[in-house]
Design a protein around this ligand. Sequence first.
Ligand code: UT7
Length: 332
Amino acid sequence: MSFENSSVVIRAIGSYVPEKRLTNEELSKIVDTNDEWITTRTGIKERRIAGETIQVSDMATEAAKLALERSGVAPEDIDLVIVATLSPETLSPSSACLIQDKLGLRKVPAFDLNAACSGFIYGLDIGKAMLSTGKYRNALVVGVEKLSAFTNMEDRGTCILFGDGAGACVISYVDEPDQGIIDCQLGSDGINARHIVIPAGGSKLPANEQTLKDGSQFLQMNGREVFKVAVRAMGQACEDILKKNDLTSDDITVVIPHQANIRIIEAIASKLELPMDHFFVNIQKYGNTSAASIPIAIDEANIERNFKKGDLILLVAFGAGLTWGASLIKWY
Ligand code: UT7
């Protein structure tokens, strides 16, 4: 079978963030920090916190419902569920299975993937590959995080950064060439894994009295080192995907980068020689929501800038693993 005359497209996207806000002002009462430092060093003003009653599957289900409604694809026509998250609701079952149930989908394949902040782009590439076999027609690709559950509120180096939320898209196989997800380039570098870790809670170090005492169930990060690698890897990923597709940065309608730090985004803009208004930024409202950051940003960018069919969107992310990815999307 040939798929040269077909594509996998993003049909629609939706997002959800919890109502509860945690402002820089409030954080400065918890740890030794201040609004001025957080704003100038990261661009973040506030983030959303799910709290005890809102779970990963709740946030993802809300985002997915919106995406389904906007796509015109009926829940019974979804053939596959891919959920990118590093903060699953439970280690087992997968969050994808919980979401499949909450949405009342057919008993279709559903699985989680963990590529941290790059997870949504990994999900798009995997979704595209699976749909391109012709076995599945429509898939839900979700990025969702409840990072507040893994944030050490005594560590000012990390607690100012992270927030909760979800974004979801419906991707579909269509009989039209050269549309939608044009290309994805993924990468990883496990040798530098030590720079972002959650040491406890996995099979190597299950939670115990000691891990609770030393807080090793929380995310730990060597921010300065990660910053440097992020700029290098994201810049390179953008250049590689543009070159491979015979494009220059001028061909891109908008770049939607992972929202980790405004200074990282500015450094990539300078590397690509693009003005900052070519980049969509909403980090001030949500902080770093890891796998949810890109789909939330696509949803908001589309609402704000009203994408037209044929607009070229460049997605780029970087995260724990270390992982990275870039994706070229022709809006459908
Ligand atoms: O999602 C993908 C993975 N994550 C990332 O991409 C994050 C990448 N890293 C970063 O965004 C930045 O490295 C941070 C925002 C985490 C930190 O910014 P930085 O400019 O690299 O600061 P730093 O760690 O070099 O710290 C500079 C100073 C230090 O004080 P001294 O040693 O110069 O006296 C820190 O102790 O700022 C201090 N500091 C703070 N001060 C006030 C660190 N955190 C804070 C804080 N408030 N929250």
